[in-house]
Structures are given as C-alpha cells and as structure tokens.
Design a protein around this ligand. Structure first.
Ligand code: SAH
Length: 379
C-alpha cells in the first residue's frame, strides 16, 4: 500500500463527511453507502475494484485519498485466547490493540494516542510519556484489522468483535475530534454497526471533554475514578487536581441525562493493595456514589516492573466488592486477561518516543517487543 500522508485517509471519513465530499464532486450523496460498505464491510483497499461506482469517481477517489491501515509490527496470542497487536502509527511510533474473547462476546480494547500525557501513578502507558494523537483512521483501522484477522480465524462466528472500549493507550478526551469521528464510524451501520451501548469511551476525568463529547456522541462513557476522595485521587490520578471528583461526577450526570433511556456511566476502580482497597474505602465510595447512575467495575492492579504497587489478594477484592454490592451497586470484577503477553489493563506500552521526557524521570526502559508471529485461534 502506498502511503502519501498528504492524501485523505478514507478510513477516518464519517458518513456525513463523505456525503459532503461526494456532493462537492457533483455525485449523489447515496454513493456514500456503496463506498463505505466496500471499505468497512468488505475491507477493500483499492478504489478501482469498487465496481458499482463510475470509473470516473473511482479515479477521483484514488487521486484524493487512500485507505491507510497501520502496519502490523507483531501479533501475539495469549494462552487464554487474548490477542495483542503492535501497530505502527503514521508518526513512526507504535501502539497496541487488544482483543479479549469471552463467552458470547468479544471486546476490542483500542488505543487513542501513542503514550499518554496524564501520568496516572499506576499506569505503565503513562510512565512512557506522550508522543502523538492517533488519527480517526488509525482508531477505526484497529477495529478493521482485528475484524479481518478474527473473522478468518473464527469463520463460523457471525460477529467476533461485539464491543469496543477506548481503554488502550492514551486519554481519548485529549484527542476529542479524532475520537468522535472514529466512534461515529464504529457505530454507523455503514461502518462497523456496533451499538452505542457497546462502544465505550473511558476517561481519567477530562471534564471539559465530557461536556463536549455529550454534544457529539451517544456512545457509553466510563470514568477512571480509583479513589473515594480528592486527597487520594490527587495522588493517583493527577488530573484530579484540575478537575476534582465533584466536577467530574457533575459532568457525568449531565452526560448520562443526555443519553436518557436509563443509560449508566461505568466507574472504573483499579484496586491497589493497601492504597485504595480498604473496607472503609469501599464504604466511602458507596457513600460518594449515592444516587449516581453507574455500574462499578473493579480492576485488580496489573503489575509492571518498577510500578511500586501490588495487586490485592482475592479476599480483599471480594470484601471490597461485597461492601459495594450490599449498598445496592451493580459491581463487576474485571478478570485479568492476556497477562502472559502483557496485554492486561495498564500494561500497554507500544513503542513511544516520549516527547515529555517523562521516561527519563522514571528511568523507564523502552519496551522490547519481540517479533512473534502466532496464528490467531491456535489456542
Ligand atoms: N486514559 C483512559 C483510558 C485508558 S486506561 C482512562 O484513564 O480511563 C483503561 C483503564 O485501565 C483505566 O481505568 C486505567 O486507570 C486502568 N489501568 C491503568 N493501569 C492499570 C494497571 N496497571 N492495572 C489495572 N488497571 C489499570
């Protein structure tokens, strides 16, 4: 595939944008339907093969743009069937995408940035520093690549990727425009047709981004809370010093109201041994979230070298969960998946050439992703 960065990457063009573009070319907007289906349903990369549109239009599209999938650097399959791809961004640095198969569904964990600027104290992506935003096309491409690979690995299953979560590398709300376009394409029937309830954008708490997001999408929202009070959250999630818990919850309430139809916000809470996993803290959290329309997802910490944190024992996790359940919350504990290939939450590091010099601060070594190539479905 040729890569001409001055050209439009059609993977990131929404249905509305396509309509305007075709109108400008003097074409009927309904051609969008044909073209988007070729791109996102039949995974075609060559405009000249789009035989139900005129030769002239095929030529114009080819001239204007291309379908630019990131290069796959490695693909690794865990013992438990989790798959992790390392892909190359147009910027030259690399990012990761993870597929988690579960009974009756398959979740793709997608990156929105290479690295992350937020520096949450327990996240290895944060420790890598920040390099660049992914384009809308690069975000969509992660789903396209995964679907293509998995559909050939599991030909008997109708839909392998049923859910998409923007919980890979990066802070989605600091790359808002590209994330909004990408999510639009993922939820569009002419794109990937994933229901709005099954596309989740996760934020560490970029409050203005939540308000903006509610004007442009009705995808599901998750927040990374991780602490029941500002004092502790200031330490774990430094953006809390700018947008404290009360402001975050207010923005989320507004987001949920806009969604209507009894939609809830997912509250993510990574459990760190001896830091935020105490029984009394579960009580404090239950109190804090009273009346807040949410379900709570507890994530036992996934260790990485030099993190300084430990995962709590299973009894502590259970006690924390039970305390919240007793208070009437819907609580799930995220099972750790793909740990043997470093694919668990907070373990995604890609290859980030840090622009913030944070890696020097932490003495973090560049990740060494070995060149494995394993066929998916082998496990
Ligand atoms: N920046 C976004 C999305 C990326 S992280 C956000 O903060 O929501 C997805 C989730 O994994 C977040 O809740 C994050 O806090 C959590 N996480 C990060 N590192 C982790 C680790 N080492 N163990 C467990 N969960 C982690």
């Amino acid at each position: 595939m040729s890569e001409d960065l001055a050209k439009t990457d059609f993977l990131g063009v929404t249905q509305d944008q396509f309509g305007s573009l075709l109108t400008e070319l003097g074409e009927k907007p309904y051609r969008t339907l044909q073209i988007m289906k070729w791109i996102h349903h039949r995974y075609l990369d060559d405009f000249h093969q789009m035989l139900d549109i005129s030769k002239k239009l095929r030529g114009q599209l080819d001239e204007m743009g291309e379908i630019r999938e990131p290069e796959i650097i490695t693909e690794r399959v865990s013992k438990d069937g989790t798959v992790k791809w390392l892909m190359k961004s147009v910027s030259g640095s690399a990012f990761e995408t993870v597929f988690i198969p579960e009974q009756g569904r398959g979740t793709l964990c997608v990156s929105s940035q290479v690295g992350c600027a937020l520096d949450c104290s327990f996240c290895s992506t944060g420790k890598q520093g920040f390099n660049n935003n992914l384009t809308a096309g690069e975000i969509v491409a992660q789903v396209r690549i995964a679907r293509k690979a998995l559909e050939s690995a599991y030909p008997d299953r109708k839909r392998v990727v049923t859910n998409v979560v923007l919980m890979g590398m990066g802070e989605p709300l600091l790359n808002l425009d590209n994330v909004t376009s990408a999510v639009d394409i993922l939820m569009d029937d002419l794109g990937y047709g994933i229901s709005k309830r099954k596309v989740t954008i996760s934020t560490a708490g970029v409050v203005p981004g939540i308000y903006k997001l509610s004007e442009t999408t009705d995808a599901s929202l998750a927040i990374s809370l991780h602490a029941p009070n500002n004092e502790l959250r200031d330490q774990l999630v430094p953006i809390n010093r700018k947008y404290p818990i009360e402001e975050l919850l207010t923005a989320c309430r507004r987001y949920a109201e806009n969604l209507g139809e009894k939609r809830t916000i997912t509250v993510e809470y990574t459990l760190l041994d001896g830091i935020n996993d105490q029984f009394s803290q579960a009580g404090e959290l239950a109190h804090l979230l009273q009346g807040f329309p949410c379900k709570i997802n507890l994530i036992p910490f996934n260790p990485f070298p030099g993190s300084g944190y430990k995962r709590p024992g299973s009894l502590a996790v259970q006690a924390f969960r039970d305390r919240l359940m007793k208070a009437g919350y819907n609580v799930t504990v995220r099972t750790t998946r793909g740990e043997d290939i470093n694919a668990a939450c907070g373990q995604l590091v890609g290859e980030v050439e840090d622009k913030t010099r944070r890696q020097e601060k932490y003495g973090h070594k560049k990740s060494r992703n070995k060149k494995y190539h394993v066929a998916i479905g082998a496990n």
